[in-house]
Each structure stands twice: as C-alpha cells, then as structure tokens.
Design a protein around this ligand. Structure first.
Ligand SMILES: C[S@@+](CC[C@H](N)C(=O)[O-])C[C@H]1O[C@@H](n2cnc3c(N)ncnc32)[C@H](O)[C@@H]1O
Length: 203
C-alpha cells in the first residue's frame, strides 16, 4: 500500500500546533467531541491522532477515559508525546490498527480520513477494534452541498469522498450510519462533516 501523505505531515510536525492552524483544528475537535458523546467513554482511540490535540481535549473532558492514538507520521506523534496527558500512542495506520478486536467503545478521527490509502480497509479496522454497540465518529470535509462543486475543481488526489460514499463504505464494513453534524463552517457554509457510525450489538 502507498501512503502518500505521511512525509508531508512529518515535515509539518513542528509548526502544526501554531494558533493559525489550531484555530481550525481546535474548533473541529471541540465540535466533533461534543457530537460524539455527552457521556464519559471508557476507552477512546484517535485514528490519525497527529499532534494529539484531540486526545488532550478528550482527557480534559473525560479524565478517567483510557486513551490511545495511532498515526503513521512519527514526528507528529513525537509532538503528541510531549503533551501532559496519559495515552498509548502507536505508529501505525488506519488500515492496520495495532490493537486487539473489541477494544474501544469510542473511535474518533478528525481530518485524517481523506489521507488513508484504503478507506474501506480503515473502516473495517475500526469495526474490528470497536466493542459491540460502540461508536465511531469520523470528521472530514466530505463532499456535500457546495463542496461537491468545489471538489470538481481539485486534482483527483485531493478530492474527498461524498457523505453517501462513506456511509456505503461504512455499511459494507458492518457499521451502521447513526447521524451527521456540521462541525466546522466556512463563511456560514458547512465545511467539515462528522459522521456517527455504530457497530451493532449491545452498548
Ligand atoms: C490533517 S492531519 C489531522 C491530525 C489530527 N487528527 C487533527 O485533527 O489535528 C491528518 C493526519 O492523518 C495522518 N495519516 C495519514 N495517513 C494515514 C493513515 N493511512 N492512517 C492513519 N492516519 C493517517 C497524518 O499523518 C496526519 O497526522
């Protein structure tokens, strides 16, 4: 499998937490976590955890949750390891999550999905590591509304999937669609959409 974007993120790791970028990412993290759960989860995995800002927020809101993060960019994870929250941080990809089956009751992923080399496999892996009844929330600038038009102007490699395509991929992976929310707006228009996906079974 070819992972195109990992070197790019390693190169940006030292400047990734600058306020100019975190104004966007921080807003996505806060809205995604609020959409994901009002209740304290027992165990949380962040796929494509980057510099760990979302996990830091999860820890601030739910200090007793056991946290894990995975990302293929070693330098991004190195920044995450410098932060004062307890988490198991592993180098790896969505397509081969380095965790046992049925291990997490909440899986989160923000603005990472469109970098995955094989999104179908990533969703199948999320299904595998979720406990029965567990929830995944995947936030991305999935094409929807005006983004459908804008996406046609981008080179194919930079295009994101449509909400409908991701819901279909998730369904094939055994995950039920359980709602969506706009977690970031640009000039009042929805820009980043979070999809809530559930693994069937008792919560
Ligand atoms: C735009 S950054 C977002 C980081 C973090 N989720 C956040 O919201 O700040 C995308 C992240 O996805 C990671 N990534 C790239 N390919 C991946 C893959 N196949 N599996 C998991 N993560 C991947 C990158 O290394 C990068 O850290």
């Amino acid at each position: 499998m070819t992972y195109h974007d990992v070197g790019r993120f390693d190169a940006r790791a030292d400047t990734y937490d600058k306020p100019a970028l975190q104004g966007f990412f921080g807003a996505v993290h806060r809205a995604t976590l609020s959409f994901a759960t009002p209740d304290a989860p027992g165990s949380v995995l962040d796929v494509g955890a980057g510099t760990g800002e979302l996990l830091a927020l999860v820890h601030a809101r739910f200090p007793d949750a056991a946290l894990s993060g995975v990302d293929p960019a070693a330098r991004m994870l190195a920044r995450a390891r410098e932060k004062p929250f307890p988490a198991e941080l592993s180098i790896g990809t969505a397509e081969a999550l380095p965790f046992p089956a049925e291990h997490f009751d909440l899986v989160l992923s923000t603005t990472s999905f469109h970098h995955w080399a094989d999104p179908a496999r990533g969703l199948a892996e999320i299904h595998r590591v979720l406990t029965p009844g567990g929830t995944a929330v995947v936030a991305e600038h999935f094409t929807r509304g005006w983004l459908r038009v804008a996406a046609r102007l981008l080179p194919r490699r930079n295009r994101t999937e449509s909400v409908e395509d991701v819901v279909a991929l998730a369904h094939n992976a055994g995950l039920d669609f359980a709602g969506q929310a706009t977690v970031f707006r640009l000039a009042g228009l929805h820009f980043v959409t979070a999809l809530r996906l559930r693994k069937p079974g008792n919560a």
